[in-house]
Design a protein around this ligand. Structure first.
Ligand code: 5GP
Length: 119
């Protein structure tokens, strides 16, 4: 069940400001408010999808393609496409997904180290 009061729904409605990196018909990308790397942007679909599971089930092929392409465009715009970056998606409780609106994290601008903290 999608929560219309989640923080990204408020950003999409213009109720909360954001620093936009890229916008098109179905996608918005903006800087993360609490960056974990020199480049940390979030790429979200404009339609209401709780998670990647929800998106894979319900989104059109065009929306899916657009979101993936937008993530690469964001990496390019942020200057990390060639040096390398990490695309990260948290899905559900075990992943520590905090905001229940699908978002891709685009992280880069330094060596990011191993993918997961061990233990
Ligand atoms: P998650 O843990 O759900 O994968 O990631 C949520 C991300 O949203 C976090 O990196 C957090 O810093 C970011 N975030 C939370 N609230 C806001 C906000 O109001 N504005 C922006 N730009 N990012 C936010």
């Amino acid at each position: 069940m999608y929560d219309d009061n989640n923080i990204f729904a408020k950003i999409l409605r213009g109720e909360i400001p954001n620093t936009t990196v890229l916008e098109d018909d179905s996608t918005l990308a903006f800087d993360d408010i609490s960056p974990q790397a020199p480049v940390h942007a979030l790429v979200i679909p404009k339609n209401k999808y709780v998670s990647l599971n929800d998106f894979a089930e319900k989104a059109s092929d065009a929306e899916i393609a657009n979101l993936v392409r937008a993530a690469v465009k964001v990496a390019d715009k942020k200057g990390v496409k060639e040096d390398g970056y990490r695309l990260l998606v948290n899905i559900g409780p075990n992943s520590h997904q905090e905001v229940p609106h699908l978002h891709f994290h685009v992280l880069g601008g330094r060596k990011l180290g191993p993918m997961l903290v061990k233990g």
